[in-house]
Design a protein around this ligand. Structure first.
Ligand code: TYD
Length: 128
């Protein structure tokens, strides 16, 4: 599968909007872990690695940032600035998150529990 932008459901309401994720409807994996990235200082870059097995969905719950992906041949750039969009990242995709706006909040749903052994942190090794 390729990295892709997933349009999540949105219920627009004068009281405020609501979006949600359901495993079988919106994701091609079962969620084993949720984590979030916040208080990112201006100019900082997160990521800089790939996962051997882990798949993820990244949502900009607040603010905006870029998800820059590489499959070894091709680069993909997704600008996230809506709470109802997510980027699906299959396994074995190099990723970086950059250009965070002030007060950005990145929510990540992951297919695997945290395992340092699942990381590939060297781009040359990743490209093989
Ligand atoms: P890392 O994945 O390198 O952050 P990012 O990809 O966003 O730059 O993780 C940073 C640190 O947090 C690292 O020491 C591992 C730890 N960590 C956990 O303990 N559990 C987790 O679920 C995640 C994502 C990271």
């Amino acid at each position: 599968m390729e990295p892709s932008l997933i349009n999540l459901p949105k219920h627009l309401d004068e009281r405020g909007n609501l979006s949600f994720i359901e495993e079988d409807s919106h994701l091609p994996f079962e969620i084993q872990r949720i984590y979030w990235i916040y208080d990112v200082p201006g100019g900082e870059v997160r990521g800089g690695h790939a996962f051997k097995k882990n798949e993820e969905l990244i949502v900009a719950l607040s603010g905006s940032f870029d998800v820059v992906l590489h499959d070894g041949e091709k680069e993909y750039i997704f600008h996230l600035n809506r709470s109802y969009n997510g980027v699906y990242i299959p396994k074995m995709i190099w990723r970086s998150l950059k250009n965070f706006s002030t007060n950005s909040l990145a929510l990540v749903a992951a297919s695997e529990k945290f395992d340092e052994g699942d990381y590939i942190r060297n781009f040359e090794q990743f490209k093989g």
